[in-house]
Design a protein around this ligand. Structure first.
Ligand code: FES
Length: 113
């Protein structure tokens, strides 16, 4: 798989067919560590390393069936919205960086928002 950022900033992170539904995975590409979570109609992508102390969010609990889907860090329990990375519950005080996501010919691409 190509792993170079195109001139428009999109970076290939996964093959869509390999992306499980409703189970978080991480994609490590170009020094990025991206949390990916797919629902029936959407793919969320945020930084995988918690802004508090770098906890691995892909090992955290995801609640996807609520108006604002959340992920909870497995280390100290910070909770973030998966839509925009905002902190719902600390100890984290900084939001998670979020990526825009698109699928092009079966390839999942992200771009820092
Ligand atoms: S590392 Fe995530 S809450 Fe502390």
């Amino acid at each position: 798989m190509e792993d170079e950022a195109g001139s428009d900033g999109w970076i290939e992170v996964a093959v869509e067919a390999d992306l499980p539904e409703r189970r978080a995975i991480r994609a490590q590409v170009e020094g990025m560590d991206v949390f990916l979570f797919r629902t029936a109609d959407r793919i969320f992508a945020i930084d995988n390393r918690c802004t508090h102390q770098q906890g691995p969010l892909h090992r955290g609990v995801v609640k996807a069936d609520i108006p604002q889907p959340t992920v909870t860090c497995p280390v100290h329990g910070s909770m973030f919205w998966m839509t925009d990375g905002r902190v719902v519950r600390g100890p984290a005080s900084r939001p998670q960086p979020v990526y825009d996501v698109r699928v092009t010919e079966g390839i999942v691409e992200v771009r820092p928002r």
